[in-house]
Design a protein. Structure first.
Length: 140
C-alpha cells in the first residue's frame, strides 16, 4: 500500500522571549520611547474603547456606571522602540521621548536619530537624609 507523503513541518523561528530590533530583528539590547503615529494612536484608542465597553458590560448594574474619563492622547502615550547593540541610539538620546516621525533606528543617522526629542523634565533635588554622616555611604 502506498502511503501519502506528508510534507515535513516548517520549523518555527526560535523565540527568545525578548523584543526584537526594529531594524534587523535581532534580540533587542536597548530601547527608547517615541510618540505614536496617528494610525498607532487610533489602534490604541480603539483597543481602549473595546476594553471600556467590556468593563461596562461586566459592570454591576446596581452600581454607578464606570467612568473612564477621556481617551488617551498622543501627548500622554508613548511607544517602545527596540534595537540591538549595533543599531542603538546614544544613551542620552534614548533617555528622551522622540517624535512620532522619528525613524530611529536608521543606519543613516546612527548613533543619533533624525528628530528633535522632547526636552527632559527638570531633575528633582536629591532628598536630604536624616541619618548621621557615619551612616551614609562614603561617610566617616
Amino acid at each position: 500500500m502506498d502511503t501519502l507523503a506528508t510534507p515535513s513541518p516548517v520549523p518555527a523561528p526560535a523565540y527568545s522571549g525578548r523584543p526584537a530590533c526594529a531594524l534587523c530583528g535581532a534580540d533587542a539590547l536597548a530601547n527608547w520611547r517615541r510618540r505614536p503615529t496617528d494610525d498607532e494612536l487610533a489602534l490604541f484608542q480603539q483597543a481602549e474603547e473595546s476594553r471600556r465597553e467590556t468593563r461596562r458590560l461586566l459592570a454591576d448594574p446596581q452600581l454607578p456606571a464606570p467612568d473612564f474619563g477621556p481617551l488617551p492622547t498622543a501627548e500622554e502615550t508613548t511607544m517602545a522602540v527596540y534595537a540591538c547593540g549595533p543599531h542603538a541610539i546614544t544613551l542620552d538620546s534614548a533617555a528622551l521621548v522622540h517624535a512620532s516621525s522619528c525613524t530611529a533606528p536608521n543606519e543613516a543617522d546612527l548613533p543619533h536619530c533624525d528628530c528633535t526629542p522632547e526636552t527632559a523634565p527638570p531633575a528633582e533635588p536629591a532628598p536630604v537624609s536624616q541619618l548621621p554622616e557615619h551612616w551614609l555611604p562614603g561617610g566617616q
